[in-house]
Write a protein that binds this ligand. Structure first.
Ligand SMILES: C[S@@+](CC[C@H](N)C(=O)[O-])C[C@H]1O[C@@H](n2cnc3c(N)ncnc32)[C@H](O)[C@@H]1O
Length: 338
């Protein structure tokens, strides 16, 4: 899809101009590249006649937040302003919508189902979501409308991901993160992904980059779906994925070091030393951290690097809210030569 490349100082002006001409593609996100910004535009000859450089680039779609607003406006017909305040964000995974319904809206389940179907006429299943449980981080769901299944095929970042929400972990909100990581990877890199689930990170990276990826997952059902996902996407992938079924804490010590390690660490698991030891140059380590602990988290990473005799720089990025004052974060750790 096309994007126009403009100097950062001109970006606001260019965006307004593109919007005025109905050329701006609001479904995708702009991206900053050094002193420039890539602004998404629709396929239209006119975009080429504005004096900007037009490039073919994959910019990620905007998150579900946008969709959520639509549900709110549809439900405004039926719910009071007070009730609307309790409406939670929801996710659409393939043709399944999942939503958390707080006790304040228990009597409004039918209206919420009506609203979701109105906003997403393609839905086949609507489920209420509970919490992630156990080592495999599987959520507890109950179907409140539609077909009796939690299996579906989700599309994101140009790949198809088959999931069965009753058996495996999957988080569609990490779409932007997966895209971000894929863009950091260079062709030819060797990458290790423990805690790989049904392979969303591996597939997205392999879709964009000619990388050699080794992924590890303990949940047999996620492993089998992951193998199916490799086949399903085979023609779309530039990179290669090797998938190992096993416990990362037993498998990783037997593996060599990799240029880059991506650790979508399960909540409550400490895999920092394990994954750091496998990274030659980069580790992207996901964790859940209280706002007041962010500095301590950063310091701990520096200490772990020092224990391995490695010099490193760390950037901790908040990826999403988890609960009040607690964030899912990604530490981008660059290990220096030596
Ligand atoms: C937070 S989920 C991330 C899954 C996947 N990367 C994603 O983003 O959808 C963590 C995954 O780690 C797996 N897991 C938990 N303990 C593990 C272990 N010791 N070794 C390998 N995988 C493990 C779980 O089954 C789950 O699929």
């Amino acid at each position: 899809m096309p994007a126009v490349k403009v100097a950062r100082t001109e970006a606001e002006y260019a965006k307004r101009k593109l919007k005025k001409l109905n050329l701006y593609d609001g479904k995708r996100r702009p991206r900053r590249e050094g002193d420039f910004v890539l602004l998404p535009v629709i396929e239209d000859e006119r975009a080429h006649s504005l004096g900007y450089e037009v490039l073919p680039v994959e910019l990620p779609l905007r998150p579900e937040r946008q969709i959520y607003r639509n549900l709110e406006s549809v439900l405004a017909e039926r719910l009071s302003a007070e009730e609307l305040k309790h409406l939670r964000r929801y996710d659409v995974i393939g043709d399944i919508a999942i939503i958390q319904i707080p006790p304040e809206l228990e009597h409004r389940v039918d209206d919420i189902v009506w609203g979701l179907r109105k906003v997403h006429p393609f839905l086949k299943v609507i489920a209420r979501k509970g919490f992630h449980e156990g080592a495999f981080r599987i959520r507890d769901y109950s179907i409140i409308w539609g077909e009796n299944r939690l299996e579906t095929v989700h599309r994101e970042n140009g790949v198809e991901i088959k999931v069965d929400l009753s058996r495996v972990f999957f988080n569609p909100r990490m779409k932007g993160e997966r895209y971000r990581l894929a863009q950091l990877v260079r062709d030819g890199e060797r990458i290790l992904i423990p805690f790989a689930g049904v392979l969303p990170y591996a597939l997205v990276i392999a879709r964009y980059r000619k990388a050699k990826i080794t992924a590890v997952e303990l949940n047999r059902e996620a492993y089998e779906l992951g193998l199916e996902n490799i086949e399903r996407n085979r023609k779309r992938l530039r990179g290669e994925i090797e998938f190992i079924h096993g416990d990362a804490f037993k498998v990783l010590p037997e593996l060599p070091k990799y240029d880059r390690v991506v650790s979508p660490t399960p909540r409550g698991v400490d895999a920092l030393a394990l994954t750091l030891d496998k990274a030659k140059r980069w580790l992207h380590y996901y964790d859940f951290v209280h706002e007041s602990e962010l500095d301590a988290f950063r310091r701990r990473i520096l200490e772990e690097c020092a224990k391995l005799g490695r010099d490193c720089s760390v950037r901790v990025k908040k990826v999403s809210d988890f609960k009040p004052y607690v964030f899912k974060v990604c530490a981008d750790i660059e290990l220096k030569e030596g």
